[in-house]
Ligand binder design. Structure first.
Ligand SMILES: NC(=O)c1ccc[n+]([C@@H]2O[C@H](COP(=O)([O-])OP(=O)(O)OC[C@H]3O[C@@H](n4cnc5c(N)ncnc54)[C@H](OP(=O)(O)O)[C@@H]3O)[C@@H](O)[C@H]2O)c1
Length: 293
């Protein structure tokens, strides 16, 4: 029976991985950040050597993209140093790692979907910190590492774009959303399923892209949410990224090619609209339950 250590089980993605683990016949632990700080080398050593997982699923990260511009050291502490802590102890006990990375390792100038071998060139500090984390794994334990690059994660837990927009739609509020960033959303539930499928059918280690199929802008995604919620989609107004004066630059185009993942024959990747429709009723219930603004 697989022993699995889940790190970051309270986040957008980690909470969906946790839900899957709870339904499986595996031995798992999912410590809170208050019980195990992944930046703390000694705590990581003690905890991991004690549990001896076959797999470590790392869903922890510094995910504040704009905040990373001014707090780069703090972002690196989670996105690079903590990954090194995890990799070093994993190497000692021969545990495999599934680590999550991002489309923000790319600069967005490609005319076609980014595959796993495409040139990396982060535009912002967050992307740079995540790239450094990938490199730690590829340097230290390349034959034990699965790096999943993904984009635009949303789900039931935490704060995310789909929940924020759905909450606005439910209140018949207007929303201003950028139409000049193109990519694909990722339902955390689909990605969690993909991650778990690797623990059951280990692939050749390396980098794999995973996001939902299809392509859209944030604006198109927002309008689709309004329509599915039954609100007036014309309440969503298109704006440009530059009008937001954000600290961090974003790639204009970050669609990930999923050919490599699909060639594995593991979990199927649903179209983003179909996947969104499948989970939106639960997201609405969650918004109503928590009174999210
Ligand atoms: N969100 C996106 O759109 C997106 C897009 C592309 C890639 N990704 C990547 O996908 C992964 C998951 O993202 P997410 O959106 O699910 O992240 P998230 O919701 O921000 O969750 C981050 C998790 O990290 C934990 N954490 C933070 N500091 C920690 C520490 N010092 N020690 C232990 N745990 C700590 C948090 O725990 P607490 O709740 O206790 O702080 C939380 O469980 C990340 O690698 C991210 O870079 C995300």
């Amino acid at each position: 029976m697989n022993r699995i250590l889940l790190l970051g089980g309270s986040g957008n993605l980690g909470s969906e991985v946790l839900r899957k683990l709870q339904l499986m016949d595996v031995e798992y632990v999912a410590p809170q950040s208050t019980d195990l700080d992944v930046r703390d080398w000694y705590s990581m050593q003690t905890y991991v050597r004690d549990f001896k997982p076959d797999w470590i699923i790392n869903c922890t990260a510094w995910t504040d993209v704009d905040g990373a511009e001014d707090s780069f050291e703090a972002a690196l502490a989670l996105n690079e140093t903590a990954v090194r802590n995890i990799a070093e102890v994993a190497k000692q006990i021969k545990s495999r790692i599934i680590h999550v990375s991002t489309d923000y390792v790319f600069d967005g100038t490609s005319p076609e979907p980014y595959d796993e071998n495409a040139q990396v060139q982060p535009l912002n500090k967050y992307g740079e910190s995540k790239l450094r984390g990938e490199n730690v794994l590829l340097d230290l334990i390349p034959r034990m590492s699965y790096i999943i690059r993904t984009s635009w994660i949303y789900g039931l837990s935490g704060k995310n774009f789909v929940k924020t927009i759905a909450a606005k739609a439910l209140r018949d509020e207007s929303a201003q959303v950028v139409d000049d960033q193109i990519g694909s959303p990722t339902n955390a539930r689909d990605l969690a399923k993909a991650i778990i499928s690797i623990t059951n059918n280990p692939l050749t280690p390396g980098i794999y892209n995973f996001s939902n199929r299809g392509i859209c802008s944030w604006y198109e995604l927002a309008r689709t949410i309004y329509k599915k919620v039954g609100a007036d989609p014309t309440l969503v107004k298109a704006i440009s990224t530059s009008s937001l004066s954000l600290k961090a630059k974003r790639p204009k185009y970050s669609l990930l090619s999923k050919d490599k993942w699909e060639s594995t024959g593991l979990s199927k990747i649903p179209e983003w609209e179909i996947s969104l429709a499948s989970i939106l009723p639960e997201i609405i219930t969650e918004i109503q339950r928590t009174g999210q603004q």
